[in-house]
Write a protein that binds this ligand. Structure first.
Ligand code: GLA
Length: 461
């Protein structure tokens, strides 16, 4: 993790980073950059693991981002270097189908962007690019450093080809591109990075993509604290994440049977319940599962018996990848997703009414649901939540995919200093050998605007 400070980066820091990046670009590639793109990370305030179920989320973009300086090439080669020397330079060629680097390689996120653009409307790009990356979003923290890299790269490749795609279009195509890295993730991270509005959180709905700015309560800080447990999307967390996605698909198959003739068509995702039964509360549908099925993990064979279908057919229908453990906690997972979606609606109302207390209670309820029903918390996150609540957070929850990463707390601004002191003493001081490093792990974030692409000089092809 880089950069100290418990604030996100200020505009002056960003200007300095940009100037340095342009200078380093010249040094590294022996010519001037032609464009600079910038894509922010995000913190999700509410609505966890709802996006891939077609249900809403409530994130905001943060003042940490990925910057890319670049220049077009005459051939199809893409060269990517990173100011952080722990990321070795990578090169690849633009093509209709781009083979991935080894699993876990950072370069796959840049390839994902190129692949997504190549697949979009069947067009391949005609110019490669020399690119230099500078990111200050902590990695493996659940703050979407990887999606910011995908977004900034996509904007850079478009700039090199003098092509434009609307942020809405990119927000639709890039999540699919990131699946090329092996995570079955939803569309939240790219959408907020591209479409964020400064000073606001954003309610995002999917399929089709819709956004609505939501005000944040005045006089409160959004504070993000790292649990010191890395939750890399490309490592073990990926397996746990994909397992949850499959559990939701299996819950749909079970609901098809449980709802029987009352269902106009089979569910493609849990969010279809909102479209098919407008006006009914989503949490009501949990009752179709819970008295029928035991509230414990079921094997695929057991689920197939409940559904009355052969196991292999179910495996194919739900695209169950090989290597997942044969234990699917469908009732709990459905309960989390359906109640969480309702909480997003309630949070939007609470924030619209300026009711910080009601919003904070929804954050707490979301955390309990993530911990008990979605089972994505861990001991360190629980210790951090306890320290945060004891330190005066009005509401606190884990944020992002879980399995480590960060928490987000809502804190009365007049109590922020006291809160940080408490968390430092009761969480970080016990875990970090050198207390001088504490400031690298917790941040007071302000909501920022979405990704940008700036042309510095005409591109002659
Ligand atoms: C990751 C994914 C998102 C979303 C969150 C959990 O960040 O990339 O699509 O599913 O986890 O809410």
């Amino acid at each position: 993790m880089k950069k100290a400070g418990n604030r996100g980066s200020e505009p002056a820091d960003e200007e300095r980073r940009r100037e340095n990046l342009l200078q380093q670009f010249r040094r590294s590639y022996g010519r001037d950059a032609q464009f600079v793109t910038r894509a922010p990370g995000r913190v999700n305030l509410l609505g966890e693991h709802t996006d891939y179920n077609g249900l809403p989320v409530l994130p905001m973009a943060i003042d940490r981002n990925t910057l890319i300086a670049g220049a077009a090439r005459r051939d199809l080669q893409v060269n990517v270097k990173n100011l952080d020397s722990s990321f070795a330079p990578r090169s690849f060629e633009l093509a209709k189908s781009i083979p991935a680097f080894a699993a876990g390689d950072w370069g796959n996120y840049t390839k994902a962007a190129a692949q997504g653009l190549a697949l979009h409307a069947g067009k391949t790009l005609r110019h490669g690019a020399d690119l230099l990356v500078d990111g200050n979003i902590p990695h493996g923290a659940g703050l979407s450093s990887s999606s910011a890299l995908v977004v900034a790269t996509a904007l850079a490749l478009l700039a090199a080809n003098e092509r434009h795609e609307s942020p809405e279009t990119l927000a639709e195509i890039l999540p699919g591109a990131e699946r090329y890295v092996g995570t079955l993730s939803g569309g939240m991270d790219h959408a907020i990075s591209l479409l964020a509005e400064a000073g606001h959180a954003l309610r995002i709905d999917f399929f089709p993509l819709r956004t609505r700015p939501v005000p944040l309560p005045s006089g409160y800080d959004i504070i993000v604290c790292h649990s010191l447990v890395q939750a890399e999307k490309s490592a073990a967390a990926k397996r746990h994440y994909n397992h949850r996605v499959i559990e939701c698909r299996l819950a749909c198959r079970l609901l098809d049977v449980a709802l029987g003739t009352g269902l106009p068509r089979d569910l493609t995702m849990l969010g279809d319940l909102a479209t098919l039964f407008p006006g009914r509360s989503l949490s009501e549908f949990v009752a179709y599962l819970s008295p029928w099925l035991p509230d414990r993990p079921l094997s695929l064979a057991e689920i197939a018996t409940y559904i009355g279908a052969p196991v292999d057919a179910l495996q194919v229908q739900c695209q169950v990848p090989p290597g997942l453990s044969d234990a699917f906690a469908v009732v709990r997972r459905a309960r989390h997703v359906l109640t969480e979606a309702e909480r997003v609606g309630q949070a939007e109302e609470a924030l619209g009414a300026g009711d910080a207390g009601a919003f904070a209670s929804l954050m707490d309820a979301s955390h309990a649901s993530c911990r008990d029903d979605y089972e994505i918390s861990c001991r360190e996150i629980e210790d951090l939540i306890r320290a945060s609540k004891d330190g005066g957070a009005l509401g606190a929850r884990l944020t992002g995919a879980g399995f480590g990463g960060c928490t987000v707390s809502l804190v009365d601004r007049s109590r922020t200093a006291e809160f940080l002191k408490h968390v430092d003493r009761h969480f970080y001081a016990q875990r970090l050998a050198d207390e001088r490093h504490i400031e690298q792990y917790r941040f007071v974030f302000r909501p920022r605007g979405g990704a940008t692409s700036q042309r510095l000089e005409a591109i002659t092809s």
